[in-house]
Write a protein that binds this ligand. Sequence first.
Ligand SMILES: Nc1ncnc2c1ncn2[C@@H]1O[C@H](COP(=O)(O)OP(=O)(O)OP(=O)(O)O)[C@@H](O)[C@H]1O
Ligand code: SF4
Length: 330
Amino acid sequence: MPMSIARVQKARAQARPKLVLAAQTSRSARPPRKAPIPSTHVRDCWPIVQLAHIDIPIVTERLAGIRHKILILSGKGGVGKSTFTSQLAFALASDENSEVGVVDIDVCGPSIPKIMGCEQEQVHPSGGGWSPVYIMDNLCVMSIGFMLPSPDEAVIWRGPKKNGIIKQFLKDVDWGSDERPLDYLLFDTPPGTSDEHLSIVQFLRNSNISGAVIVTTPQEVSLQDVRKEIDFCRKARIPILGVVENMAGFVCPHCHSESKIFYPTTGGAKAMCEELGIPLLGSIPLDPQIGKACDFGQSFIDINPSSPATKAYLSIIENINSLLDSPKSQ
Ligand SMILES: Nc1ncnc2c1ncn2[C@@H]1O[C@H](COP(=O)(O)OP(=O)(O)OP(=O)(O)O)[C@@H](O)[C@H]1O
Ligand code: SF4
């Protein structure tokens, strides 16, 4: 039998409060729309960095003889950090009295083996632990890239596994004998402030890091991330050696003159360094020969000795060495 209009209206009126109540209940069960902003990554993770780890004393002892431990950092990816690490390593190793090591802690994107021309090599056990790959008598490299079945193999790891391999790189690798300890150990890191950074800072907390070199490009988007990197270093108490401005201009392949292609942003790194009281170690121009040398695993500075970019690299390296030798960083 069809309901009268009056009965339908009454039924609707009775149902309405229930519907409102149901809606209110489900809304209140949802998280508030304006969720509190999480505190910063470093602040959250700082207690982890400070955590005592059973292996820290072993790492500290293993690395004790190494004169300078230098982190190469960048805020953004692709700014030329691994390229700079490789050229720094080649230049330092050109002095045959210096022993140089490079450890690639960019676990998910290891590019050092390719850039340094040792992609096909493998690591082997030795009496003192894993033997790193020797490119020259006085230049050795360790990277997860040497352990992958193919360079195209993706490493899809969460923090604890990354932490584990970084610990092994520090603890189980034979970084030179007591008679011939390394003068420099360079750490090529992934961009930003991620698990790898927290691991390295944690494991090196008693190992006296000499300092960090932060690589950027001239654009404001890159400089903005450098500020975060500087903040990370300050919170993690890593001394900052300075900032390197990469791709700061363009060297013409025909006439070899340099054009400031990022004008008017060129100069932003200098202004930022002045504002934050950090040395600007130098500016490296964009030179297609750098990309070519990296793709062929060659030392750019050796095969292009008179290029403006080589002069820039060498001047930066001189600045780093004088900072390392200054009493403040001893
Ligand atoms: N000054 C330069 N002139 C020309 N090419 C350069 C210069 N610096 C770096 N490159 C090229 O830019 C590309 C990125 O460089 P690189 O891999 O060193 O960056 P990255 O910061 O280490 O990157 P990632 O974030 O992946 O670690 C490479 O192809 C490299 O050869
Ligand atoms: S810098 Fe001079 S030589 Fe080089 S491409 Fe431009 S105009 Fe030509």
